[in-house]
Design a protein around this ligand. Sequence first.
Ligand SMILES: [Zn+2]
Length: 407
Amino acid sequence: MQIQLDRLQHSVLTLAQIGATPEGGVSRLALSDADKEGRDLLVRWMRATGLEVTIDTMGNIFGRRHGTDQDAAILLIGSHIDSVKEGGKFDGALGVLSALEVVRTLNDQQRQTRHPIEVVAFTNEEGVRFPPAMLASGVMAGHFTLDYAYSRTDTQGKRFGEELARIGYRGSRPCTPRHFHAYIEMHVEQGPVLITEGYPIGVVEGVLGISWSTITILGERDHAGPTPMAMRHDALVAAAQIVLAVRNLATTFGGDMVTTVGTLDVEPNMINVIPGRVVLSVNIRDWYDEKIRQALTMLKEEAARIAKTEGVHIEVDNYWHIAPTHFSPEIVAAVERSCQKRGCQYRKIVSGAGHDANYLNHVTRTGMIFVPSIGGKSHCPEENTAWEDIEKGANVLLQTVLDLAEA
Ligand SMILES: [Zn+2]
């Protein structure tokens, strides 16, 4: 049994026309008019595929294909169709439309499954218009309350709850976990690993944990002329060493660790003044929580050493931490078996970016399938994946569904 690539391709390219940007990408921000138009099209396609469509209180769209055993747990497959501003055609949309293609293929073959299958499109995954990201899957997992979600506002002060009602997608089904069998999400990798190493499929084992800190360096502001070098307490010179120390953490710990200083605020930021105060951000991600904690401890020790050498004061404030998400070993193994059955080359991979699958992992057994991003690019109009890789990914999804929904 094979999916029909031309049909999937047509669906992806048709949805991509909604909110299309001149550069070839899409802007389909959550609960915008373009999002409504995309949702309407998806619902039409779901109904034409014979799916029973329901909308929950967060606007998540479910299309149900009945199983032979109506009491059996639901196999959930999908992703999201909202995008970032000037994003790409594939992020999210590919997962939803591949799930729909899987159901279309089962229908073509008149293949029944014991478990019901539901195609899902989660609301506001990107969180660009209404932060935070993964808001609706977060509500389903009990991470956010419905009131919290409804009260999120965009930059114009418009509220999530009202905008959801305005576009006609404030449904009545409670946004709570149901009797789920598993959740499988196919997605573009959004990074360069698969394309660089030449694998068409990534079997995703989970998502890296994240630790965010702010480092504040207090030195002494002074005239850049009369102050001799040996008598300075230059906050920026200390900051430069911190930036390198942060990068060295990743080199020292190795594995999947990635470390980034993304912001640097220099005061007073003037050519003739020795910087007196610098604030910078530190972002550490790894597959093991313990390694993140060790890296943070090492960074604090290094900061203390730099502070002493430079005669400055350094404070490290670790204000946000999210543990790594380790997907269900059973589902990871099921996806792996599907690759083997389909003769697809694959590698195991961990995701550096968050997905609805993070929260769903708290609700049911969860796994993801990655396909390569050309040039590793995502969240931009250049975002692209080879159609032959998409075909392989969708067939792996089909195989995984056949295995899990039958059993
Ligand atoms: Zn996405």
